[in-house]
Design a binder for this molecule. Sequence first.
Ligand code: B12
Length: 162
Amino acid sequence: MHLTSARRTLVVTAALGLALASAPAVAQPQATASTNAPVKVTVTVKGPDGLLFKGKIKTKGHDVTTATGGTHRCDGTNGGANPSAVPTPTAALDDAAKKRHFTWDGTWYASFDDYSVDTIKNVSGGGIAYWNIAVNGTSIPVGGCQFKLNAGDKVAFTWTAF
Ligand code: B12
């Protein structure tokens, strides 16, 4: 009886040891960790008369330059929104524009540490509309340089009447 119990303890201990040995020693970083590694996202630009652009864009947070606003960072650290640089919707738009040779313009607001995206492909709101920014179908609650993008996100700039 005593011997059987000791043997069982031995077997259980050995099995536990094996399981522990095969487990990873350190927790692996999560896919959602805040890094500025390039991600692939889908960027869509919908104007008043239909689709102006749709494409898969490899992007990361970076400085952007607009004719009206000048050069500023656009890497998610804007306004202290993220502790370190990350990919963002406006940086993704900027990468799409560079890759596909179209223009966009935005006004810099120091108060928000961000751009308002005013014109894409020469289309502006014209006082009756604005360029709404949405990610995965939801309007973002901050400016386009403050919001963190993840791989596979769907980024939409949609001409939206007031
Ligand atoms: C009115 C308004 C708008 C209007 C402005 C134009 C108009 N016809 O009035 C419209 C509808 C265009 C708008 C758009 C957006 N807005 Co808005 N808007 C406001 C609101 C309610 C009042 C602003 C205002 O009139 N202030 C008074 C005037 C005298 O001050 P002003 O500095 O001159 O105001 C200008 C700026 O605020 C600018 N503006 C408006 N929104 C935004 C957003 C960003 C990121 C920037 C840089 C500038 C900007 O437009 C105003 C008029 O010219 C504020 C909330 C608030 N209480 O401040 C939110 C607010 C500023 N908006 C906000 C957001 C998130 C947006 C959007 C990004 C939403 C989206 N997902 O699309 C977009 C901008 C997208 C883009 N194209 O870049 C946030 C910004 C938060 C942040 N930390 O970045 C606020 C604070 C609302 C909130 N969530 O609490 N907005």
